[in-house]
Every structure is written in C-alpha cells, then in structure tokens.
Design a protein around this ligand. Sequence first.
Ligand SMILES: [Ca+2]
Ligand SMILES: [Ca+2]
Length: 303
Amino acid sequence: MQIPVNRLLNQQGSSLVAVFWLIGVLGLSILGAAKFVALDAQWIKGLKSTSIARNHAATGLAIASHPAITPADPLLRWLNPAETGGYTAEVSSEEALIPLNHVLFHGRKEVVRNLFILWGLSPDEASSVVDAMVDWTDENDLTSLHGAEAGDYSDRGQDGFPFNRPFQTLEEVEFVMGMREVKKLKPNWKEYFTLWSVGQIDLNEANEEIIAAALSSVDVGRIAEFAIYRNGLDGIRGTLDDQHFTSVSDVLVFLGTTPRPDLPLLTVRGSTRRIVSTGFFNDYSVKISETRRGNDLLWRSEY
Ligand SMILES: [Ca+2]
Ligand SMILES: [Ca+2]
C-alpha cells in the first residue's frame, strides 16, 4: 500500500514535535530535581550547623555553671578559628532584676510604677498598670483604686482574665491591662524583671534604671556616678575592673541616702545564678538560658 507523501511528512512532523515536547518535559524534570536536591542540601546544612551551634552553647553553659567561674572569667568566651564556631556565655544573677511578684505582694509596687514613669508613662497611666498587676496576682475580685478585675476585662471582650495568682511567666504579664502601652515604650521590658530571684535587688549588678526605680529619692545623676564608679575603667559591668561593694550601707552612703525601709529589698550579693550561653557556627546560633539556685534548676529556655 502506498502512503501519500503529504501524510508521511505530517507524521514525521508530529513525531518531531512529540520528541521536542518529551525533551522539554525531561529537561524541566531534571531542573526541578536539581533544585530540590540543592534545597535539601541547604536544609541538611542548616540542621547540621544548628546542631553544632547547640553543642557549643551547651559547652559554654556547662563551663559557666561551675561555681568557681566568675562573670569576668576568660573561659566564658571561646572561638574555634578552624570552624568559625564557638560560644560566649554571660554569668549574672536574677537579683540584678526587679522581682515582680515579690514587690507586688510585699507592698513595694511603687518600684514598678517608678520604672514605668522613667520609661515615659504618665504617673496616672503607671498607677493603672501597676494596680492592674496587683489585681491580676491577688486572689480576690476586689478592684484596686486604679486596677482591673474580671468585670473590667469582660467589658473589653477579654473573658477569663485576670488569673488571680502570682505571675508564672513574663509572657503572661503582657495580658495585664495597660501593658500594651508599656511594651510600646519599652519593647525589651522583660529584661528588667524576674520571677525566679529570692526577692531582692543586687546593687552591684542592677542597671541604673532599676536602681533609680528602687531608690526614687536619690538623684539620678548620683546614681549615674555610682554606676560609672562601680563598672570600673572599662565602663562595662561584669568585667575584672569592677568595684564590688560589700554592704548595702556602703552603697547608700555613696549615694548620699539612708532609706532604712528599703534595706530588705536591697542586697549586694545575688544568690540566684543566671547563665546565658550563645553557641554559634557559621551563620547559625543557638542561645540557652538557665537560672539555678544551688543545684536546683528554676528556669530554662532555648531559642
Ligand atoms: Ca484579683
Ligand atoms: Ca568593668
């Protein structure tokens, strides 16, 4: 049987189109597979680097946990030049921070109010937030002078608040009425408070704002002079040249005040060890924080 020439040419043309189409599909598949392999390799590299960074952070944490290690110890920093990895660890105490539950429960809420005013809240706004904190943590439903109990939260469509027990996490504090404004003024507000200290503020470690909030009768310029003297020539707290005061009275004399009622809240020796160890490898890092009193682990986070 004879096949017409035109039909033969059409069949050959269709076959060529099919071959080109097949080549195109195969090419796209190969490119897709190559891209997938590349992404997969990057993902595995990220996992491996994060794992090494975590190991470095754990090493820094273990070294910093030793009781003989001081905040200025050179062992708290290590860099392995062969792999651009290492760790840095910081040793401080929870007593450098304001013990939030403690001051609310022991009639020292003005310390928190003073700090909020220093950050830019008006005295009335600061009173409202602090009274709302008191209402959040006391077990009754009686609203403080400027505070907020269940009815006030319900009016805003927030049922289930307050919890009527001490704060268990600092994240929880952000639900207190008015804390949104505090967070706007001070996004890192959590770095000023603790829930795990023994309920004192260590004048050798606290920053100037915390000392000013705790000792509102003292001139802030005098507190700045105290911090300069205490932090030593390098101006950095937690280094070898720091001046360490051995009694609260000595600090108060330096500051030119003797507020006796403040003494129970103040100390010069923090006893709750806080360690923050950051491990890094290439562009990856892992931070581990631990708070211990003696051998007891009070709090740990890894991020
Ligand atoms: Ca309450
Ligand atoms: Ca220093």
